[in-house]
Each structure stands twice: as C-alpha cells, then as structure tokens.
Design a protein around this ligand. Sequence first.
Ligand code: MIG
Length: 752
Amino acid sequence: MKIGENIYIDAITDRILRIHSSDTKTGSFAVEEDLGLKRGLREITGAGKSVTAVETDYLTVYAEKDGTLKIYDKRQKILCADYEGEQEPEIQKLSEEESEQMRQEGHVVHAGEDDCKFRVVKKLFGDEVIYGLGDKTGFLNKKGYDYIMWNSDNPDPQVENPTFRAMYKSIPFFIVLREESVYGIFMDNTYKSYFDMGFESSQYYSFGAVEGELDYYFIAGDTIADIVEGYTGLTGRAPLPQMWTLGYHQSRWSYASAEEVLCLAKNFRTYGIPCDAIHLDIDYMDHFKVFTNNEETFPSLEKLSDELSQMGIKLVTIIDPGTKAEEGYHMYDEGMENGYFAKDAEGNVYHNAVWPGDSVFPDFTSKKVREWWGNQTKILTEQGIRGIWNDMNEPASFKGPLPEDIVFSGDDLPRLHKEVHNVYGHLMAKATYEGLKKHDGRRPFVITRACYSGSQKYTTVWTGDNQSLWAHLQMSIPQMLNLGMSGMPIVGTDIGGFGAHTTPELLSRWIEAACFSPLFRNHSAKDTRRQEPWVFDKETLDINRKYIELRYKYLPYLYDLCYEETKTGLPVLRPLVMHYQQDKNTWECNDEYLVGSCILVAPVTQQGARERMVYLPEGIWVDYWTRERITGGCYILKEAPLNICPLYVKAGSILPVYEGLHSIEPEHIKALTLEYYPESTKKTAIFGRKQEVQEECRYVHYQDNGIDFAYENGEYNLYEFIFSEKRSNGLKVKMLHEGFEGKYQDIKAVVC
Ligand code: MIG
C-alpha cells in the first residue's frame, strides 16, 4: 500500500511489515518464496491531516508526509520510531591530514561511510540491547558499534572495531530488545551497507546502503523467539542435517597425503576418540584446481574414502570458487565455452589470482552456471566424498578486490559485482546444495564461509579464520549465538583456533566450550602448532575424549533441536535471554549459553582460571557433574578444574541419550536412554502434608534414517515421552507419528 511519497507498506502477516520505496518487484536473494500478502493493511481514517495511519490486528503505523514512521503495537505501546531530531554526531572526525599521520604509524583510521543512497535513522530510547547481524566480532550486544555488510576475507586477528566492521558474512538482520518490547529489522539489500547501532550518536541508530532500493521488514512479536521465527519464516530455515554431520570433525590446512589421513583416522580409533569426518583442505587438489585431485598425494579419493568408511569416518573436501585459468582443464574449458565466468566492463572474462594462480570466477547468479557447478559435485560424491566445504567465496582474491563493475550476466539480468558481492557465497552454497541433492540424494552437507540472509536453507557456516587466542575463544560464544539469532542454526568455530599456536590448556577449554556447537570441528592453519586431540599430553587427550564422548552422548538431543529448528527457526545454541527475557541479568550474558532450553553451558574461557561465576536463571538447575540441585536466579561460584566445563540441566527436563557411539551410523542405533531430571527430588512431608510434586514432564523426540529425504514422505517417528512421578514405573511412551521402520528396540529411563 502506498502511504507516502516514496513509501509503501505491506503486511506479510499481522506482525510482519515490509517497508519499501519502490513498488517494482525485483527478485530477492533471501526471500525466495512468494510470501503473498496474508493480511491486508487497513487504513485508519481520521488520524489527522499530515499523517496516514494503517493497522493490522497487531500493529499500527503512523506515517508522516515525509515518510517518517512510528510503529505501535496493539497495546498502543511505541515499538519503533524514525528519529526526528537533529543528527548530531557525537564522534569527532579527523582531518585528512591527521588521518594520514595516524595511518603512517600503522593505526587503522575509522573510515566512516561511503555515500548511501538511503539511510533509515531510528530513535534510540536508551534501554535497548541489540542482537544479531550475523558473525560480527565482539559480544552479544551490538549497540554502540558500527558495522559494514561487505563480505570480507581478512586474516588479521578479529577484534571489535574499527578494523572488523565487515566480516565474511552479511546478514542484515538485527533484533532490538527493550524492557517491554522487542522487534527485528531485516534490510534486504545486497549492496555494501552500513549498520550504525548507536556509534555515531547515542540518540539514534541507522542503516543504509550505497545503492539499491530501501526495502526492509519490520518483525514484531512478544519474544526474541517470535522474532527469529518471523525472520526465518521470511528467509527460510535450515533443513534437517545428516545425523553424522553433528559428530566430531577433524581438519587441518592441510593433511598432505592419503597416508597421513589414514594414519589420522587410525589414531582416532586407537585413542578411542569418537570421530565422524576428516576434512581435506586445498592441498588434496591438483594445483588447486577445483574438482580434481592430486595424483601423487591423493591418487584415489575413492580408495581413501572406502578405507575411512570402514572406520566409520567420512571425507569432506574443500572447494573454492576461483577456477584456474588453464586451457585443457575441464572447468576452465567448459566455463569458457559457455560463457560461465564473470566479465569485466569491456566484456572480457575477468581474471584475478587466488590459490591456483591466474583464476576466473563462475557467475553463480545464473541458474545454468549453478547447475553446471552443482553437477561437478558428482565428481566428488562418486568418489565417496560426503560433504563440501566452500571457502574463499566472499569472493576473496589475491590481486586486489574485484572491481565493482565486474559483470555477472545471470540468465537474463546482468548485475554488477557491487550488487552480487554479498550474495556470491550464498549462491555458491545454493549451487552446491542443489547439486548434491540431485546427484547424491542424501541431505547435502555444505559448509560455507561467506553467506547472506537465507543461506541457512543451503548450508552450515563456520566463522572463518579465528586464532588460537583466549579472546577468540571468548568471542566464539556470542558469535555463534548471534549467528543463531540471525537465522543460522548450524554454526561452529575452528576449535583450538585456526591461526596462531594453540596450547594444551586453550585446546582443552575450547573443546569444552564448543562441546555442543552444532558444527563441531577442530581446524588449524599451516605453520601453526598441530592440535589434534592427542598431540599434547595425556591430560589434554583425556579432556578431548571426555567432551567428544559427551557430545556423542547427547547427539539425539542435538538432532531433536535440529528438527525443532525446521519448524520454528530457533537455533540449537541459544543465548540465555531467549528463554529468560524477563530477567535482565541474561541480556548480556556473553559467556554462557543454552543448548535448546534444557542444558546450560558455562565454559571457562580464561587462561589459568579454575573456578568461575555462573549465572543461573530462575528455576532449579542440576549440576551435571555433582548432581547438586541449585535454585537459580543467582550467581554461583563453580569450581572448574581443567577437566570440568560447568554444565547444568534444568530440572524437569528429559534428555535423550545414545550410549557408546564412536561414529554415527543411524542404522545401528537400536537403543535410546532417557535421562529424567525430576523437578523435585524428594516428596518431603512438611507438617504432615505432602509437598506438591511436578505432575508430568514431557519431551518430544524425533527419529528417522538420518540420511536422506525419506522423512518428507512420512518416514519418521515422533515419540512423546511422559514422565510422571506419581505413576509407578515413571515413563510412558506415546507415538505421535510412526513412519520409520527402525524403531528403537529398547527404550530405558534413568532418573538423574
Ligand atoms: O587463504 O584453504 O578460512 O579454513 O584452511 C586461506 C586454506 C584459505 C581459508 C579458510 C581456512 C582454510 C584456508 N583458507
């Protein structure tokens, strides 16, 4: 509905508005499904001369003639208002000369913003906390910082501003939480864009882009979970992963030969450490040519994957987009023949350099190119490769950045690099996902470094090149949580740290902290100290084994959370605030997280620390290690020797558990154990009256073959487990859906 000079508002639902400046529909890279307009907006008449007022069942918007908006909820509480005061930057700008001097000494000078085509400026009321924005550095709360959306490969140590305003991913979505309200904004614009979350001024925050149309979604709800559900309703949700992908992955840049990889696999078995995957980094290729293998060091990927699979280990290979420009190489020849590569402004195929040297860049905006690329995955899957790890797809380049005017011709709609840049990784992931799905038939396992909103439909992500620094271990928690709140549920960081040299203590604390991270991979760079679980002392080995085993134990719980995510978009790892929004102590809890709603993890992330403060929100929490029951709503001091990661289970939880797995082959899983953590321990009699006990605890558990898409045809089981302290044998099992043949032969319960 047109409501002002250049402002249109549509209601997607009664809680989601699309606010845009142009009524012409251009395709969105993130919102791929036709949303339709489920609830029309109604105009409220008689709102006043200068304003237009529109409403849904949940929201009311007042628009001034100049396009200034105020959005209220149904209680007539103001949620969000465009800023109407003077924009007076509180920060001081250096002169060019001063900046130059600073640079000479090696300082990074805050670069400001390029001219934006539009900039939306919203009022800050003062009590906001802002979450989301994908994988940006720092802590949970983004207020007070400014960020750039421009996918960037920058191997320097990641720190908060000003160097790292841009990271690998662009997820232009954030959540604003206030004492009595919460909303989200998703700006669907792929050009370079700026998110100033109150850096310039504490009076307002802003977002804008250098080109493209103003086009953002306003998402209202009662809780953060509502907002995430709304956002993922627009941009899509991660499909169920193959179950083994939730296992432990070992990687390093690079395992040099098939022998080395075999040796590594054997070590896992010798040391009794669960492991499901080994990743091959760029050196498995022939001169870094994608979809080839090095004949000397990896003569047969097929033989290697065969041998590994006998040990229950799968192979994942890295693929970069940069394609070696070399005649006779099938990728180059086919791509050249069909015009599949990006071109410069003069119409010549554009060259830059990446690992293979002189390289060209596939135009993933074209469906034909995506299909072609996707078809190549067959080369790998036919050799037994079970997953593809997409790297360097910002796209990164060694000879300066790709110029803005490089042309991606698409199928019939040419676009320039400046528009495509932030979705290049997204489209590469889509190509990979669709190729794998078509040719392999299993649920595609894709990992990507660069992405955009909506990439969760095609790929998991890791946070790129962190370093073996305690600060990066600390940051891994808010980083994963913010990715989760940005619609990315299956995330991970390089365990142990990628760059720089890890230490036994850092690796130990990292495996503890990452124990429930959906993507669970130890990865390190060339020229750094090795960090496989056994390379240090026995203590480090034991800690690695202990936490990897713990992870495998709770695998069915993680898998259930993935299933839940497909329905709700809620991430696997959640900040405490997601379940305890009323409790302000949780709002900026950067060093703890929830796994689903039942497990609270409070890792130690300080060198030398052997105890830590843990905040437990309201309710009763069971210390996983001691079984002590603690009433929350307070900080406690927890002793945490090197082999203890403080873990708490919410009383009243039921947790599904698999026992003794060292690799994940769902067809062999026949038994399920349920851990029941009663709400109350004893039925104590007080003054002769029995104290009330929790009536019942329920838990819904999902089971399928863990591999392919048969579940889409109903081949899955959905169990409801009900524990009642009143019933004598405790457990009742109800089948909510029965369609998968591999029903458990044995379900047993333990009271914890
Ligand atoms: O320029 O493939 O983030 O995980 O090991 C480095 C080598 C290229 C960057 C990735 C990292 C990977 C590395 N790659």
